[in-house]
Ligand binder design. Structure first.
Ligand code: GLC
Length: 419
């Protein structure tokens, strides 16, 4: 018998409560035992549907990890936890709480605005406190990462799409010399065939060591790091975040010209992401070449406020080829693997972001399809980390925070998000 929607709502709320470690929410027990940046923003969004105070708490905890440079790291290691590699000792970041040395997709301004809009009276004081934090994070992006209007990543983990096809050519150029021995922990929690391969992992570590040896100095990393890619997903997410930050600024009566300037620069940058082959693409900044990959991140254009008919045609065609959209990589290409992490599987959070964009730009039928696919996958299989677009097989971690969150805020029948 199918599980009722009410029961799923209760399960989703329970997952958020159970993954709560006292002010921050782990993505899933075991596999990811710390606070991850964009996961945490989705967690806060989920909490806001039934406990807005807890939602703000999550956000404040995330920003305790913010560096003096403005950067908000991708992991905050609040408490000691076993079973994760690379932990705080490997990153070598000298501050408390300990953090990683790289960032993650800045969905914060967008999701925080959504929490704030739902509860302005209680939320105003929180919004005032967080506003300056958001501005300094965005300023850091503009200063340290935006090149020709595009957002550069210095490590695939920054993209949130760890082993996407987008990074293949840039990764191939990274030597694995001197990486040495290490023990992965992810493959003891989940099926190795669904995780990144060893040669990928060697390179992830090589880039991490480069950052650490550079003292996490952005100038040095820009000059010499073996990997630097303008990530189309990051550019779209950041452009969208700047638009939301602008709305927050106006609401709070802050000056806005600086943010308006950022938006104009990023809108120009979006043009540079257009691969003449006919889609939005990432660019390897070391070689200057397009990465030649049409991934789900390319479909974040509408979320960034950009319409594009060619992308719409791609999306419609791809959705005809799979049972459940949106596959994280183009199923028409030979590199597509339906169960390997970011090289094919469907991720609920990306569906939510794409769906929000489609809906706002008037493409409501397509948005409806994504919502239905996401709802069906969760109803049928539960709150997994990701799913096969071909047959819906659930994979990765179970009882996943962000999957529960987007059920409560976007995909589920009683969703209470602002979108
Ligand atoms: C993986 C995902 C990343 C996510 C993290 C925690 O590394 O690729 O996007 O933030 O797990 O869920």
């Amino acid at each position: 018998m199918a599980i009722s929607d009410d029961k799923l709502d209760r399960q989703a709320r329970r997952i958020l409560r159970q993954n709560d470690r006292g002010g921050y929410t782990v993505p899933t027990a075991g596999l990811y035992p710390y606070q991850w940046n964009w996961d945490s923003c989705f967690a806060a969004w989920g909490f806001s549907s039934f406990d807005v105070k807890r939602a703000w708490f999550e956000i404040h905890t995330l920003f305790t990890g913010q560096w003096d440079t403005g950067m908000v790291p991708h992991i905050i290691f609040h408490k000691r936890a076993d079973g994760y590699f690379p932990g705080p000792d490997v990153w070598g970041v000298d501050r408390v709480p300990h953090t990683s040395g790289i960032t993650q997709p800045p969905v914060a301004a967008t999701l925080i605005r959504s929490i704030y809009e739902q509860d302005k009276r209680y939320g105003r004081v929180h919004m005032e406190l967080i506003y300056g934090r958001l501005v300094s994070w965005h300023r850091w992006f503009m200063k340290s990462r935006v090149e020709r209007g595009m957002v550069a990543i210095t490590h695939p983990w920054e993209s949130g799409r760890d082993n996407a096809v987008d990074w293949d050519s840039a990764m191939a150029a990274v030597s694995t010399e001197g990486v040495g021995e290490y023990t992965r922990r992810d493959t003891s929690h989940v099926d190795p065939s669904m995780r990144p391969k060893k040669e990928d992992y060697d390179r992830y570590l090589k880039m991490l060591y480069y950052g650490r040896e550079s003292g996490w100095d952005e100038e040095k990393i820009r000059e010499g790091s073996p990997f630097r890619v303008a990530d189309v997903g990051m550019t779209f997410i950041f452009l969208r975040a700047c638009r939301d930050l602008l709305q927050i600024a106006m609401d709070l009566d802050h000056l806005t010209p600086e943010i308006e300037g950022w938006i104009a620069e990023l809108e120009e940058g979006v043009r540079n992401h257009w691969n003449p082959a006919g889609y939005y693409d990432s660019i390897d900044l070391r070689s200057g070449e397009f990465t030649g990959s049409l991934s789900s991140a390319s479909f974040l254009c509408w979320y960034a406020g950009i319409d594009n008919e060619t992308m719409k045609a791609h999306l419609e065609d791809i959705l005809q080829k799979v049972t459940f959209g949106v596959p994280s990589y183009d199923p028409r290409d030979e590199k597509f693997e339906h169960l390997r992490y970011w090289r094919g599987p469907v991720w609920g959070i990306i569906n939510a972001l794409i769906g929000i964009g489609l809906n706002e730009r008037g493409l409501t039928q397509l948005a409806g399809r994504l919502r239905k696919d996401t709802r069906d996958l969760i109803t049928e299989h539960g709150f997994y980390e990701y799913f096969s677009p071909v047959d819906g097989t659930p994979a990765g971690g179970d009882k996943f925070t962000w999957t529960a969150s987007i059920w409560l805020t976007w995909a589920g029948p009683h969703a209470k998000g602002r979108f």
